[in-house]
Design a binder for this molecule. Sequence first.
Ligand code: PLP
Length: 372
Amino acid sequence: MKQRQIPFFNYRALFEAQEQELTAAVVDVMHRGAYILQQDLADFEQQLREFLGVKYAFGVADGTNALIISLQAAGIGRGDEVIVPSHTYVASAASIHLVGATPVLVECRDDHMIDPAGVRAAIGTRTRAIMPVQLNGRTADMDAIMEIASEHGLQVIEDAAQALGSRFRGRFAGTFGAAGTFSFYPAKLLGCFGDGGGVVTNDDTMGERLALLRDHGRDSRGEVVAWGTNSRLDNLQAAILNVKFRTFKADLERRRALAARYDEGLRDIPELLLPPAPDANPDHHDVYQNYEIEAERRDELKAFLEDRGVRTIIQFGGKAIHQYEGLGLTHYHLPRTELLYRRALLLPMNTSLSEDDVSYVVECIRHFYGRS
Ligand SMILES: *Cc1c(COP(=O)(O)O)cnc(C)c1O
């Protein structure tokens, strides 16, 4: 087979696919001199509200800030514990630490989502909230999580940074708990050209607090009525996201089609654990931010693919939260998560890939495991 070059992500192709519209939107903002809390941001927030069917949506600095102000708005701070999976980006746990609370780490299941049994076992007298992480474009079993939360009087703050458009039983990731957060980092499902984030809620008190927190505690008259910070999505980034939103539903469908192709090509290989296929379970509508497999002889497979022009990565630098020496959480023993980090690999998954690209990756992997 002919060698191809398949980058993990192709920023340039993504820009060039919409170059004229994107350039026009940016130039228009600059002609208007409309940079902070302007119409493009208001339009974007409206689009996000309509897309998710929620009452409040705020564009904020980034996905990490979205988590921090959500926890603050929920009143979580010193002395509190928040349950979070160890298989996540450092920002999930860091946001808990940065509001003065303690992250309590739990396991994931075979679909890489938070394990409800682990959550139940981790609840103690100081537990105040659960932070499910809707990883890889999938939504956790939120029936189980919400049931545990209501039994124990816990708040739920959803880290849906990787899951805009993902659903569980018809309901969107980010809309189950007190607040849900999103990231618009360039390689995320809906990506801007820098840092960006969003936070959504259906709760009036939460909505009011978030509006104050992201803009120096100022109300609609500009009066400072509470302590707040500066966490506003740039109007320029909002204008870019408004353009990206035009093709967003089609982009998600494209990812699902590519995932189906990976699944068809790889599902008979016993050395692999694949993500659930797009139509595997009617409760889940996954949008494949990532295609995260587990593979035997993972490092060899990664090198083999690299030699054939296919770039893969190991998510989060190859470590779970409890495996970073610098964070002081190495006393945790989470065997399922540790197994995952010995075997996990992200195959290329983005809207710049062609069907033939995916077929090529599939062929290379089949070749590696001695199957044709
Ligand atoms: C990307 C990401 C974040 C943080 O988002 P930023 O916009 O980069 O701050 C948080 N949690 C998860 C799971 C993420 O993937």
